[in-house]
Design a protein around this ligand. Structure first.
Ligand code: SAH
Ligand code: SF4
Ligand code: F3S
Length: 443
């Protein structure tokens, strides 16, 4: 009899990828994914530690499953609760103390051992398991083959980070920078293509720091890796996220010009427009260097859509520093973006810095920045009105009878079309635009 698995994922795309791999793994043990926790024999919570709000949300959401577990126990059945991801890695002991009903807690580097943990759990009922090691044998070597779940897939090519931005928990939760081998990546991309993937998002915490040996034995960087992946039949669209500005090279810019499968979209977080704050953040580039990369990219690929991340209210950020960020945004212009209030994270250098910015100042700055960014997103999208573009239809839209797809620039497009065209790349005309979504019609 198949058992049911419910997975809830928080945080970044890497966590989405990890969740998909856990599903692949549990499938080999006879588990099938379900959308309803009430049916589940096992629940996996994949958590994120990046900002305080993200972590706190986990506890409140997790608490909702406690009655479900107790009810199951009364029926003589069990519901196994697994918590995975970065919160566990950062604070496994405290976590297990606060969430006494959790059976297994595992970090991002040990989820390949889940079958073994389940076996241990069966043997010693009631004994809870915590596994947050950084094992020497990479998890990627012991995971089953990846299987596409739709036409768009994530593929982790790099994990961890050596950058140590002063506000960030990722180097602690994900560990040191690790690049998977090109061979392994190409094999996984092929497997995904064979099982239906057309659109591939290459993932890494610092994706453009990827390095390895090319198929020719020579040292290779992201541009050569992407060229190898672009050779795979069936893969039509390639993107990669997240890039670090000072690891962005001219070869990577050239690949946006030379490889048609590389989509005109780049997420390149700047965080702040003030050099003084960038330095305090331990971001190793200046605002001028960032603008130079953008200018070169736009020269190489004029239709490229740029996206970025911003943090407002970093310790010591003055009104003047914040105005620099606003000014940078006005000069560069972004098609998409993510912006956050600085959140002090335990154990990071910035949390101990003097002159933390008051919450109301952060709120006000964030509102002003987001108003400007939303205006830019809307203007960017408005320029597509009446134009034709190609979208890959990825899933059913919320609205009955409509499908959701993405343009090469990663804009959401909703279109009235039969489900039979799901998974196809079709030409559409844009008939309505807003800041986050476009409406299209078949051409
Ligand atoms: N590796 C990626 C992103 C990691 S986290 C990079 O280097 O860009 C995603 C985003 O969360 C970051 O770009 C940053 O904008 C934001 N972020 C990270 N730590 C934060 C913190 N302590 N407070 C507020 N935002 C934070
Ligand atoms: Fe965090 Fe900085 Fe590494 Fe990005 S580059 S994951 S923000 S430490
Ligand atoms: Fe969150 Fe971990 Fe990703 S902290 S953003 S899930 S790397």
């Amino acid at each position: 009899m198949t058992k049911k698995l419910f997975v809830k994922t928080f945080g970044c795309q890497m966590n989405v990828y990890d969740s998909a791999r856990m599903v692949d793994l549990m499938r080999t043990l006879g588990f099938e994914e379900t959308n309803s926790p009430e049916d589940a024999d096992m629940i996996i919570f994949n958590t994120c530690h990046i900002r305080e709000k993200a972590s706190e949300k986990i506890f409140s959401e997790l608490g909702r499953f406690r009655p479900l577990k107790e009810e199951r126990r009364k029926q003589g059945r069990d519901l196994i609760l697994v918590v995975a991801g970065c919160v566990v890695q950062a604070e496994s002991e405290e976590f297990m103390n606060r969430a006494k009903f959790v059976d297994i807690a595992l970090g991002p580097q040990t989820y390949h051992r889940l079958p073994e943990m389940l076996c241990r759990l069966e043997q010693k009922r009631k004994q809870r398991i915590i596994d947050v090691e950084f094992p020497a044998v990479a998890k990627f070597d012991s995971l089953p083959q990846a299987c596409s779940n739709g036409v768009s897939s994530f593929l982790a090519i790099q994990e961890g980070c050596d950058r140590f931005c002063s506000y960030c928990v990722v180097p602690y939760t994900r560990g040191a920078e690790y690049s998977r081998s090109l061979k392994e990546i190409v094999a996984e991309a092929r497997q995904l293509a064979e099982t239906g993937t057309k659109d591939l998002m290459l993932l890494g915490q610092n994706v453009n720091a990827w390095h390895g040996e090319g198929l020719d034995g020579k040292p290779s960087d992201l541009s050569r890796l992407v060229a190898a992946v672009a050779e795979i039949d069936g893969i039509e669209r390639i993107r990669y996220v997240t890039s670090y500005p000072s690891d962005f090279t001219d070869d990577m810019i050239a690949m946006h010009r030379d490889i048609p499968k590389v989509m005109p979209y780049l997420h390149l977080p700047i965080q702040s427009g003030s050099d003084r704050i960038l330095k305090k953040m331990n971001r190793r580039y200046t605002r001028a260097e960032y603008e130079e990369i953008v200018a070169k990219l736009r020269a190489a690929r004029p239709d490229i859509a740029l996206s970025s991340d911003f943090i407002v209210g970093f310790p010591e950020e003055t009104d003047e520093d914040f105005e620099q960020t606003m000014d940078l945004v006005r000069r560069v212009t972004f098609a998409q973006s993510y912006s956050f209030k600085y959140s002090a994270r335990p154990g990071t250098p910035a949390a101990a810095m003097k002159n933390q910015v008051p919450e109301d100042v952060k709120t006000e700055r964030l509102e002003r920045l987001q108003a400007l960014l939303i205006e830019q997103h809307a203007a960017y999208n408005a320029a597509f009105l009446g134009k034709e573009t190609e979208i890959l239809l990825e899933e059913n839209a919320k609205k009955e009878g409509f499908l959701l797809g993405h343009t090469p620039q990663m804009q959401n497009v909703i279109i009235k079309a039969p489900e039979s065209v799901l998974g196809q790349i079709i030409r559409v005309r844009i008939i309505k635009t807003a800041a986050t979504t476009l409406d299209g019609e078949l051409v």
